[in-house]
Write a protein that binds this ligand. Structure first.
Ligand code: ZN
Ligand code: ZN
Length: 612
């Protein structure tokens, strides 16, 4: 049981099922969703009763059912400990076993104020209720203010466990008191609860925030700006590999790399329309010589300036401009989440500007590039969603939309990728394909996008001289492969539970001298690996060999090269792999070749079964 700050999604109350209003309906006629809602809701009351029994002077605030369970907020004289949670849970089980009725009625507000006279949070809630009467529910002599939807008896709440406590401001307002939010997980059966808890534990083991700390990859510094990532040296090594692969693949595919400013005058964002439609997602402007300058939330307007810097001919098209462009977007602080949801991030952005004839081949090229690079990271299961023209609000000509949609479909068909179509779900300015990765836990992550734009070429009056000697409007496509380098890194860490494939691993090999007298030979081994540009460290600390191996394992280092007297004499190493274990004595040159080959082929970790 640990404190886990900020789980915004889990705290959101779920939408009520259709039969939510049937408070008087017999339980057996309810939908499974409504029954589960009532189980979780009833358990929250039982939780409040148990907590107030332990802390009679405590104040209780609100306690709704949520996805996976329920919570209740309390104002208590001291922070709850894990032992408290056990005691609370025992008391809850006692009330559940007693199987007492949960009974409710509607009473005048004054009567309610008298009942909750020493409960300030309840009094505040009563004052805000518009009706003359308020719902008053009671079980086992415990009173609560509530709008109904319970099980009939406390014995009907299902299988539950209290999971953790975290801080939560009363009404989510940081100027109001900080309360203690006690969370419980609850499911109809013990099997479902166990399955949920196992999945939760696995997700926690892979949590990129925790692994980011343990593996020294990155940090955030809330006090100096929430949602801003500090990449540590080891994280930066991974990022360099991501960027290098990205650059090489884009250069090979005929992209030009560009660099553009981080900020631009308000006039740019007025012309692009961002100040009309996107202002609330932008950082506030800064004043420079009497003008408002904005941090860029997107790179597009800058790439368009590069395009427009000269009169363009069809002979220059397609033009593919790519940039690892760092952008800043305002997100509410409650929604920020490690590297996955941030305020500053680097988009691997590119814009393709082309003629109508070129559209289809360009899109096919983009989709092939995406699949090739995602495959290199070990993401072979990719789902695509095509979003088409909205029925009413859209810009651009229908023929252009049709051409764009046809080319998107053709690209998906030519690459053989299965896809869904979201009819009418495209943005007002163009159709798109979103690509979702599927990770090791079967979770979907939206990352890559290819998006047509019929809006910006108009706004910026982009043109090219076609073969007919006339000026025409080009097609423009925005596309990002990683989406955001930060987010992609977070996904990678969770997908691999920190054990990144060797080509990405921040440290690819650790040399472990058994005793001090082997440190010199360890240096020779290190130099042999470093000469092949492998990322290698020597652990010449005072730990025993076993402890050094454990340390390297915990740091998820792919190879450990243990060296003692025999290895030093024979020009060999005793090779270990993080997943395969002991691989036995190996000539140094052979070990170096093996590791370099694994890096050069961007091989996934070998499977333990394959080890001979
Ligand atoms: Zn209730
Ligand atoms: Zn763009």
């Amino acid at each position: 049981m640990s404190n886990r700050p900020g789980e915004p999604d889990l705290d959101a109350p779920e939408a009520p099922p259709d039969d939510a209003h049937r408070d008087e309906a017999p339980l057996e006629t309810l939908s499974p969703e409504e029954r589960l809602f009532r189980m979780r809701h009833s358990a929250a009351h039982v939780l409040a009763e148990a907590v107030i029994e332990l802390f009679p002077e405590g104040k209780y605030a609100i306690g709704p059912p949520i996805e996976h369970g329920f919570y209740y907020d309390f104002d208590l004289p001291r922070p709850l400990t894990p032992e408290d949670l056990e005691r609370i849970e025992r008391r809850m089980r006692r009330t559940i076993k007693r199987n007492v009725p949960i009974e409710g009625q509607w009473i005048p507000k004054d009567e309610a104020r008298a009942i909750f006279a020493d409960q300030p949070y309840k009094l505040e809630l009563i004052d805000e209720i518009d009706d003359e009467t308020v719902g008053y529910f009671r079980h086992a002599e415990f009173d609560d203010l509530c709008e109904g939807r319970h099980m009939e008896q406390t014995g009907q709440v299902g299988a539950f466990t209290l999971t953790h406590v975290s801080g939560a401001y009363w009404r989510g307002d940081e100027r109001r008191p900080m309360l203690q939010r006690v969370y419980g997980a609850l499911f109809p059966t013990q099997e479902e609860l166990d399955a949920y808890l196992a999945a939760r534990e696995e997700a926690e083991r892979r949590d990129h925030r925790r692994l980011g700390r343990e593996l020294d990859l990155f940090s955030t510094h809330e006090e100096y700006g929430p949602g801003l990532i500090y990449w540590h040296p080891k994280g930066a090594r991974v990022r360099l590999e991501m960027e290098e692969l990205w650059r090489n693949e884009h250069l090979d595919a005929g992209y030009e790399l560009v660099y553009t400013p981080h900020t631009g005058r308000s006039t740019l964002w007025e012309q692009s329309g961002h100040l009309d439609f996107y202002a609330e997602s932008m950082y506030s402007p800064m004043d420079v010589d009497g003008s408002d300058f904005y941090m860029k939330p997107m790179n597009c307007p800058f790439h368009i300036q590069i395009y427009k810097n000269a009169r363009r001919s069809y002979r220059e098209l397609p033009m593919r401009l790519a940039e690892l462009g760092t952008v800043y977007r305002y997100e509410r602080s409650g929604t920020l989440h490690g590297m996955l949801r941030v305020r500053g991030f680097t988009q691997d952005d590119a814009h393709i500007i082309c003629t109508p004839d070129q559209v289809e081949d360009e899109i096919v090229g983009v989709v092939e590039l995406f699949l090739r690079v995602l495959g290199a990271f070990g993401f072979h299961e990719v789902r695509a969603r095509l979003s088409t023209r909205p029925d009413e609000k859209y810009v651009g000509a229908v023929e252009d939309w049709d051409l764009a949609e046809t080319s998107l479909r053709a690209a998906l068909e030519r690459t053989g990728l299965a896809y869904e179509v979201d009819e009418g779900e495209g943005a007002f300015y163009g159709p798109k394909i979103d690509f979702d990765l599927v990770d090791a836990l079967g979770r979907d992550w939206q990352c890559s996008t290819v998006q047509f734009d019929f809006n910006l070429p108009e706004r910026f009056e982009m043109g090219y001289i076609a073969e007919d000697g006339q000026e025409h409007r080009p097609f423009m496509v925005h596309r990002a492969l990683y989406g955001s380098i930060e987010r992609f890194m977070g996904i990678l860490i969770e997908h691999y539970a920190g054990a990144l494939p060797l080509w990405l691993a921040p440290v690819q090999a650790t040399v472990i001298p058994i005793a001090d007298r082997h440190v010199e030979y360890a240096g020779t081994v290190r130099d042999a690996l470093a000469a092949r540009r492998l990322r290698v460290e020597v652990d010449d600390g005072g730990d025993r060999m076993g402890a050094k191996i454990r340390k390297a394992q915990l740091q998820k280092v792919p190879y450990m090269l243990v060296v003692g007297d025999r290895e030093a004499e024979g020009g060999a190493v005793s090779l270990r792999h993080r997943a395969l274990g002991d691989l036995g004595p190996t000539p140094l040159a052979e070990a170096v070749d093996r590791i370099a080959h694994e890096r050069d082929t961007r091989a996934p970790d070998p499977e333990p079964e394959e080890a001979a």
